[in-house]
Design a protein around this ligand. Sequence first.
Ligand code: BEZ
Length: 367
Amino acid sequence: MENGGSRQAGMAELQEVQITEEKPLLPGQTPEAAKTHSVETPYGSVTFTVYGTPKPKRPAILTYHDVGLNYKSCFQSLFQFGDMQEIIQNFVRVHVDAPGMEEGAPVFPLGYQYPSLDQLADMIPCILQYLNFSAIIGVGVGAGAYVLSRYALTHPDTVEGLVLINIDPNAKGWMDWAAHKLTGLTSSISEMILGHLFSQEELSGNSELIQKYRNIITHAPNLDNIELYWNSYNNRRDLNLERGGAVTLKCPVMLVVGDQAPHEDAVVECNSKLDPTQTSFLKMADSGGQPQLTQPGKLTEAFKYFLQGMGYMASSCMTRLSRSRTASLTSAASIDGNRSRSRTLSQSSESGTLPSGPPGHTMEVSC
Ligand code: BEZ
């Protein structure tokens, strides 16, 4: 009995362990040199870091991080993942830090008016102008996904594609506000932000990853700045996306959410508002709030197929990645019942997934 009991306890412990994919850079695969710049904009200065060199006739990959993070804590695991190198060597990357989130940022003075998310989006043209870049593929998480979507709505001609992780395109309703205010009575800002980034299961599991991010956020010297970005996120306007309506994203979009993420419902709803012929929906199995941190390999593979669908990364260029995996579409049905057009890509933990080809088509690929 005792043995059975302790075995059961052991299994319960085992189930709570979240496996994080690891595949560091190979010897010889060194990270490219980075150059950090700041530009003045009508809404204050913004800092961004450029990796790689511009490639002729190719857009830049531009990232925007979520609240509580900066470009490194949000995207380093993904962009330094071994398999990602084959993709990103073909693109220059611009990683934006929201104002006051860059490493070593001083705390804003009391009374400082932090930009709204719409104003953060309006800073992006200043960055592109400074770099003389005319087109981007945006990769955003949470608040950053909202900022990039807003930018894409106002500057559709400059956005070739969007990867939106954990996007919530809706303004907070009064029910959300009531819940937010109640939580605020008992929780610190850092706990509220952790609850935005990770699921309750992940937080109570307290894995090394959670300990790391709890530590980063709780002890951030710029926590007051983080609170300002958090407030802007909570005060966001509705993007007013409407399928077939005037306000819609025109470029190919890959929506990504973990199947245990706090924002799963919001992303599902967002999918229902986008053009199904332009949208792929990737729900990642066994994944919590930050799939780019915990499942960079699967996300890299999805990103590869997304780029291929846009006409980049011909399969002949994809040497190691292409040969090392078999991709198969495990589920091809839109969650809103429009089976014929948009794609839902549910990933199982064992198999890779994802079709190539333009969004709106379903394909099974073995490469
Ligand atoms: C990049 O190569 O784009 C990258 C490297 C380190 C951190 C984030 C991004």
